[in-house]
Design a protein around this ligand. Structure first.
Ligand code: 6PG
Length: 246
Protein backbone atom coordinates (compact mmCIF):
# COMPACT_ATOMS: atom_id res chain seq x y z
CA UNK A 1 0.00 0.00 0.00
CA UNK A 2 1.41 3.37 -0.95
CA UNK A 3 1.75 6.24 1.52
CA UNK A 4 -0.83 8.97 0.93
CA UNK A 5 0.47 12.43 0.13
CA UNK A 6 -1.40 15.41 1.56
CA UNK A 7 -1.85 18.87 0.05
CA UNK A 8 -3.89 21.56 1.79
CA UNK A 9 -5.21 24.72 0.13
CA UNK A 10 -6.30 27.95 1.82
CA UNK A 11 -9.77 28.03 0.25
CA UNK A 12 -12.22 25.67 -1.44
CA UNK A 13 -11.76 27.64 -4.66
CA UNK A 14 -8.01 27.08 -4.54
CA UNK A 15 -8.57 23.40 -3.72
CA UNK A 16 -10.88 22.88 -6.68
CA UNK A 17 -8.61 24.78 -9.08
CA UNK A 18 -5.65 22.63 -8.04
CA UNK A 19 -7.68 19.42 -8.15
CA UNK A 20 -8.98 20.24 -11.62
CA UNK A 21 -5.53 20.95 -12.96
CA UNK A 22 -3.98 17.88 -11.36
CA UNK A 23 -6.71 15.51 -12.55
CA UNK A 24 -6.77 16.94 -16.07
CA UNK A 25 -3.00 16.50 -16.27
CA UNK A 26 -3.27 12.90 -15.08
CA UNK A 27 -6.10 12.03 -17.49
CA UNK A 28 -4.11 13.51 -20.38
CA UNK A 29 -0.97 11.64 -19.28
CA UNK A 30 -2.85 8.32 -19.13
CA UNK A 31 -4.42 8.78 -22.57
CA UNK A 32 -1.00 9.68 -23.98
CA UNK A 33 0.57 6.63 -22.37
CA UNK A 34 -2.17 4.02 -22.71
CA UNK A 35 -4.61 5.37 -25.26
CA UNK A 36 -7.60 5.46 -22.90
CA UNK A 37 -8.41 6.61 -19.38
CA UNK A 38 -11.08 4.97 -17.23
CA UNK A 39 -12.27 7.07 -14.31
CA UNK A 40 -14.32 6.19 -11.23
CA UNK A 41 -16.21 9.28 -10.06
CA UNK A 42 -17.26 10.10 -6.52
CA UNK A 43 -20.65 11.48 -5.63
CA UNK A 44 -22.02 13.81 -2.99
CA UNK A 45 -21.52 17.58 -2.97
CA UNK A 46 -17.79 18.23 -2.84
CA UNK A 47 -16.94 17.07 -6.38
CA UNK A 48 -19.68 19.21 -8.00
CA UNK A 49 -17.28 22.13 -8.34
CA UNK A 50 -14.56 19.88 -9.75
CA UNK A 51 -16.89 18.46 -12.39
CA UNK A 52 -17.99 21.99 -13.29
CA UNK A 53 -14.34 22.96 -13.59
CA UNK A 54 -13.74 20.03 -15.94
CA UNK A 55 -16.72 21.17 -18.03
CA UNK A 56 -15.37 24.73 -18.17
CA UNK A 57 -11.99 23.36 -19.31
CA UNK A 58 -13.54 20.76 -21.62
CA UNK A 59 -11.11 21.54 -24.41
CA UNK A 60 -8.28 20.17 -22.26
CA UNK A 61 -9.84 16.72 -21.87
CA UNK A 62 -9.73 13.90 -24.49
CA UNK A 63 -13.43 13.02 -24.39
CA UNK A 64 -13.25 10.35 -27.08
CA UNK A 65 -10.65 8.45 -25.06
CA UNK A 66 -12.14 8.56 -21.57
CA UNK A 67 -14.59 6.18 -19.91
CA UNK A 68 -16.59 7.52 -16.96
CA UNK A 69 -17.76 5.15 -14.22
CA UNK A 70 -19.04 5.62 -10.68
CA UNK A 71 -17.34 4.70 -7.42
CA UNK A 72 -20.74 4.42 -5.85
CA UNK A 73 -24.39 5.29 -6.39
CA UNK A 74 -27.51 5.77 -4.43
CA UNK A 75 -30.23 3.23 -5.29
CA UNK A 76 -32.58 5.78 -6.83
CA UNK A 77 -33.63 6.54 -10.42
CA UNK A 78 -31.06 8.49 -12.47
CA UNK A 79 -33.29 11.57 -12.43
CA UNK A 80 -33.71 11.52 -8.65
CA UNK A 81 -32.33 14.55 -6.78
CA UNK A 82 -30.06 12.26 -4.72
CA UNK A 83 -28.66 10.40 -7.75
CA UNK A 84 -24.90 10.70 -8.24
CA UNK A 85 -25.48 10.09 -11.94
CA UNK A 86 -27.86 13.06 -12.08
CA UNK A 87 -25.33 15.26 -10.24
CA UNK A 88 -22.54 14.36 -12.69
CA UNK A 89 -24.87 14.72 -15.66
CA UNK A 90 -25.92 18.19 -14.53
CA UNK A 91 -22.40 19.41 -13.77
CA UNK A 92 -20.45 17.64 -16.50
CA UNK A 93 -21.95 15.17 -18.98
CA UNK A 94 -24.70 17.51 -20.19
CA UNK A 95 -22.20 20.33 -20.73
CA UNK A 96 -19.69 18.54 -22.95
CA UNK A 97 -19.75 16.65 -26.22
CA UNK A 98 -18.95 13.01 -25.45
CA UNK A 99 -20.04 9.61 -26.76
CA UNK A 100 -22.88 8.07 -24.70
CA UNK A 101 -20.92 4.83 -24.67
CA UNK A 102 -18.27 6.60 -22.61
CA UNK A 103 -20.49 6.45 -19.52
CA UNK A 104 -20.90 3.28 -17.45
CA UNK A 105 -23.60 4.10 -14.92
CA UNK A 106 -25.00 1.93 -12.15
CA UNK A 107 -28.27 0.32 -13.38
CA UNK A 108 -30.43 1.43 -10.44
CA UNK A 109 -33.62 0.34 -12.23
CA UNK A 110 -33.01 -3.32 -11.35
CA UNK A 111 -35.39 -5.24 -9.08
CA UNK A 112 -33.31 -4.65 -5.93
CA UNK A 113 -29.92 -3.24 -4.88
CA UNK A 114 -28.19 -6.61 -5.18
CA UNK A 115 -29.39 -6.93 -8.78
CA UNK A 116 -28.15 -3.42 -9.52
CA UNK A 117 -24.78 -4.31 -8.03
CA UNK A 118 -24.60 -7.44 -10.19
CA UNK A 119 -25.56 -5.49 -13.28
CA UNK A 120 -22.93 -2.85 -12.63
CA UNK A 121 -20.29 -5.51 -12.02
CA UNK A 122 -21.21 -7.18 -15.33
CA UNK A 123 -20.82 -3.86 -17.13
CA UNK A 124 -17.44 -3.27 -15.53
CA UNK A 125 -16.26 -6.80 -16.35
CA UNK A 126 -17.15 -6.07 -19.98
CA UNK A 127 -14.96 -2.96 -19.77
CA UNK A 128 -12.13 -4.90 -18.11
CA UNK A 129 -12.46 -8.34 -19.79
CA UNK A 130 -10.41 -11.11 -18.23
CA UNK A 131 -9.01 -8.95 -15.43
CA UNK A 132 -9.01 -10.25 -11.88
CA UNK A 133 -9.60 -6.67 -10.74
CA UNK A 134 -10.43 -3.53 -12.73
CA UNK A 135 -7.54 -1.08 -12.84
CA UNK A 136 -9.20 2.31 -12.85
CA UNK A 137 -6.71 4.84 -14.17
CA UNK A 138 -8.19 7.55 -11.96
CA UNK A 139 -10.28 7.01 -8.82
CA UNK A 140 -11.81 10.17 -7.40
CA UNK A 141 -12.88 9.68 -3.78
CA UNK A 142 -14.68 11.66 -1.11
CA UNK A 143 -14.85 11.32 2.67
CA UNK A 144 -17.86 11.57 4.92
CA UNK A 145 -17.71 13.10 8.42
CA UNK A 146 -18.21 9.54 9.77
CA UNK A 147 -15.18 8.34 7.80
CA UNK A 148 -17.02 6.57 4.99
CA UNK A 149 -15.73 6.73 1.46
CA UNK A 150 -17.66 5.80 -1.66
CA UNK A 151 -20.52 3.92 0.00
CA UNK A 152 -18.25 1.94 2.31
CA UNK A 153 -19.58 2.84 5.73
CA UNK A 154 -18.09 2.08 9.14
CA UNK A 155 -18.91 -1.47 10.23
CA UNK A 156 -20.74 -2.34 7.00
CA UNK A 157 -20.50 -6.00 5.89
CA UNK A 158 -19.30 -4.73 2.48
CA UNK A 159 -15.98 -3.93 4.18
CA UNK A 160 -15.40 -7.71 4.25
CA UNK A 161 -16.17 -8.21 0.55
CA UNK A 162 -12.94 -9.28 -1.12
CA UNK A 163 -14.19 -11.19 -4.17
CA UNK A 164 -16.95 -9.12 -5.80
CA UNK A 165 -16.13 -5.91 -7.62
CA UNK A 166 -19.43 -4.29 -6.62
CA UNK A 167 -21.57 -4.60 -3.49
CA UNK A 168 -24.89 -3.32 -2.19
CA UNK A 169 -24.60 -1.52 1.13
CA UNK A 170 -26.79 0.29 3.61
CA UNK A 171 -26.24 3.91 4.63
CA UNK A 172 -27.91 6.33 6.98
CA UNK A 173 -28.74 9.25 4.76
CA UNK A 174 -29.72 10.64 2.32
CA UNK A 175 -30.49 7.30 0.64
CA UNK A 176 -30.23 4.07 2.68
CA UNK A 177 -29.64 1.66 -0.20
CA UNK A 178 -26.32 2.14 -1.97
CA UNK A 179 -24.20 0.42 -4.61
CA UNK A 180 -20.44 0.67 -4.21
CA UNK A 181 -17.18 -0.52 -5.64
CA UNK A 182 -15.47 -2.75 -3.11
CA UNK A 183 -12.22 -2.22 -1.25
CA UNK A 184 -10.08 -4.47 -3.50
CA UNK A 185 -11.26 -2.52 -6.56
CA UNK A 186 -10.15 0.79 -5.09
CA UNK A 187 -6.87 -0.76 -3.96
CA UNK A 188 -6.15 -1.74 -7.56
CA UNK A 189 -6.65 1.80 -8.84
CA UNK A 190 -3.61 3.17 -10.64
CA UNK A 191 -4.08 6.68 -9.24
CA UNK A 192 -6.36 8.07 -6.56
CA UNK A 193 -7.40 11.51 -5.39
CA UNK A 194 -9.26 11.95 -2.10
CA UNK A 195 -10.97 15.36 -2.38
CA UNK A 196 -12.14 16.68 1.00
CA UNK A 197 -13.37 20.10 2.13
CA UNK A 198 -14.93 21.56 5.25
CA UNK A 199 -14.42 21.56 9.01
CA UNK A 200 -16.93 18.74 9.43
CA UNK A 201 -14.41 16.37 7.84
CA UNK A 202 -11.37 17.42 9.92
CA UNK A 203 -11.73 14.65 12.51
CA UNK A 204 -12.29 11.95 9.88
CA UNK A 205 -9.27 13.20 7.93
CA UNK A 206 -7.06 13.17 11.02
CA UNK A 207 -8.27 9.74 12.20
CA UNK A 208 -7.98 8.21 8.74
CA UNK A 209 -4.50 9.56 8.06
CA UNK A 210 -2.93 9.80 11.51
CA UNK A 211 -5.16 7.78 13.85
CA UNK A 212 -4.73 4.17 14.94
CA UNK A 213 -5.25 1.65 12.16
CA UNK A 214 -8.92 0.73 12.45
CA UNK A 215 -10.33 0.29 8.94
CA UNK A 216 -13.69 -0.99 10.15
CA UNK A 217 -14.21 2.33 11.92
CA UNK A 218 -12.34 4.42 9.32
CA UNK A 219 -12.96 2.64 5.97
CA UNK A 220 -10.93 5.17 3.97
CA UNK A 221 -7.85 3.64 5.61
CA UNK A 222 -8.48 0.56 3.43
CA UNK A 223 -8.85 2.03 -0.04
CA UNK A 224 -5.32 3.38 -0.56
CA UNK A 225 -3.98 1.86 -3.78
CA UNK A 226 -1.52 -0.99 -3.52
CA UNK A 227 0.83 0.65 -6.00
CA UNK A 228 -0.70 3.83 -7.40
CA UNK A 229 -0.31 7.29 -5.89
CA UNK A 230 -2.91 8.42 -3.35
CA UNK A 231 -3.25 12.21 -3.26
CA UNK A 232 -5.28 13.77 -0.46
CA UNK A 233 -6.41 17.23 -1.58
CA UNK A 234 -7.84 19.22 1.33
CA UNK A 235 -8.94 22.73 2.07
CA UNK A 236 -7.57 24.40 5.19
CA UNK A 237 -10.61 23.45 7.27
CA UNK A 238 -10.58 19.75 6.39
CA UNK A 239 -6.86 19.60 7.13
CA UNK A 240 -7.08 21.69 10.29
CA UNK A 241 -6.25 18.78 12.61
CA UNK A 242 -3.21 17.69 10.66
CA UNK A 243 -1.09 20.68 11.69
CA UNK A 244 -0.44 21.57 8.04
CA UNK A 245 0.67 25.01 6.88
CA UNK A 246 -1.93 25.83 4.24
C1 6PG B 1 -21.83 9.65 -2.04
C2 6PG B 1 -20.33 9.74 -2.16
C3 6PG B 1 -19.74 9.76 -0.78
C4 6PG B 1 -19.19 11.15 -0.61
C5 6PG B 1 -19.04 11.50 0.83
C6 6PG B 1 -18.73 12.99 0.97
O1 6PG B 1 -22.47 8.92 -2.81
O2 6PG B 1 -22.35 10.40 -1.18
O3 6PG B 1 -19.76 8.93 -3.03
O4 6PG B 1 -18.75 8.82 -0.51
O5 6PG B 1 -17.95 11.25 -1.28
O6 6PG B 1 -20.28 11.22 1.48
O7 6PG B 1 -19.85 13.67 0.47
P1 6PG B 1 -19.87 15.27 0.42
O8 6PG B 1 -18.87 15.67 -0.62
O9 6PG B 1 -21.29 15.58 0.01
O10 6PG B 1 -19.51 15.78 1.78
Amino acid sequence: MTTPTVQAYPTVAALIAAAANTTIQEIRRVVEARGRCTIALSGGETPRALYAAWASQADRLPWSKTVWCFGDERWVPPDHSDSNYRMVDETLFSRVSMPGSAIIAVPTGAADPAASAAGYEAALRARFPGDAWPAFDVALMGLGPDGHTASLFPGDPALDEHRAWVSATRAGRPVPDRITLTIPVFRHARWMMMLVAGAAKAEAVAQTLHGPRDPRRWPAQSVTPIEGPCLWFLDREAGSRLGLAA
